[in-house]
Structure formats: C-alpha cells, structure tokens
Design a protein around this ligand. Structure first.
Ligand code: HEC
Length: 133
C-alpha cells in the first residue's frame, strides 16, 4: 500500500515537472495575445499597447534568468493576485485586484514555447527589433 502510494506520488511529481514536450507556440501566442497584452507588449501584436510601466514580454528575455521568470510567472507578483492555474492551490486568498483569468497548466507550457520564439530587443527600446524589421 505504501509502495503504491509512493509510486502514485512519483507519477504525480513527474506530471508536475514534465518537460514541455508537445508545447504549442501558436497556441501560446494566442493565449499571450488574449491574456498578457492587457498589460504587456506581446511581440508584434500590440507594439504600442500594454501599460507603460510594465515591461514588454520580449524585454524580459534580456534578463539572464528569463526562463525561470516565465516558467513561474503565475506565482510572481503581480500575477499571483489575478492568474489562476487550474488544479493549483491559489497562493493567496485575497480577492484579485485586476480582472482575473484562469489557465491550464499546459497553457503555461504553450506560452513559454511562444516566448522562446520572440526576438530579443536591442538597444534601449522595449520593442525593437520587432518594430523596425
Ligand atoms: C494586469 C496586468 C498584467 C497582466 C494581465 C500580465 N502581467 Fe506580467 N507583469 C505585470 C507587471 C506590472 C509586471 C512587472 C512586475 C515587476 O516589475 O516586479 C509583470 C512582470 C512579468 C514577468 C516578469 C516577472 C518577474 O518576476 O520578473 C513575466 C515573466 C510576466 N510578467 C509574464 C506574464 C505573462 C506570460 C502574462 C500573460 C499570461 C502576463 N504576464 C500578464 C503585469 C501583468
């Protein structure tokens, strides 16, 4: 019985940390355009959109640890207040202070696959080279 529980736990753990095999960048793009563009510039979708004080998604890729940041964005401020991942216990019980949205765990993989395709801006601009290409 204990062994079976341990096996089940191992399977669940594997499911939780499974690599993003089969992640769909096109689906990730659609999700990012739908959910992230409200605040972030999302590639060439809304180069003059987003909120001025919020970095463009492609700008975040300039940071050396951008992979970590995107893989855990939903538990990082400010997102933990308004992003719900189905099946995950919300990190806070406080009511959302921005319009909330819900994603599947696989959606986060798809969004990450899309982020990987975004060119990194050069210079000081938040949105080049996407604007200038
Ligand atoms: C309601 C506004 C809002 C929405 C919607 C939003 N973000 Fe953000 N996001 C922010 C703000 C503001 C910051 C900057 C936080 C800071 O400077 O500490 C940020 C920062 C980030 C960061 C960097 C986090 C860190 O700790 O460095 C990532 C990655 C990110 N967002 C991804 C996303 C993705 C992916 C989506 C869509 C699925 C999304 N965000 C939707 C407001 C938003």
């Amino acid at each position: 019985m204990i062994r079976r529980a341990a096996a089940l736990a191992a399977v669940l753990l594997l499911a939780a940390v499974r690599p993003a095999a089969g992640a769909d960048a096109a689906k990730g793009r659609a999700l990012a355009e739908k959910h992230c563009s409200r605040c972030h510039v999302v590639g060439d979708f809304n180069p003059h959109g987003g909120i001025g004080s919020t970095p463009s998604l492609q700008w975040i890729k300039k940071l050396p640890d951008w992979r970590d940041r995107f893989q855990t964005f939903y538990v990082r401020r400010p997102h933990l207040a308004f992003v719900k991942v189905r099946g995950l216990e919300p990190p806070t019980k406080l009511p959302p202070y921005a319009t909330p949205f819900e994603i599947e765990p696989s959606d986060a993989d798809d969004i990450f696959a899309f982020i990987k395709t975004l060119p990194v801006p050069t210079g000081n601009s938040d949105i080049t080279p996407i604007e200038g290409r």
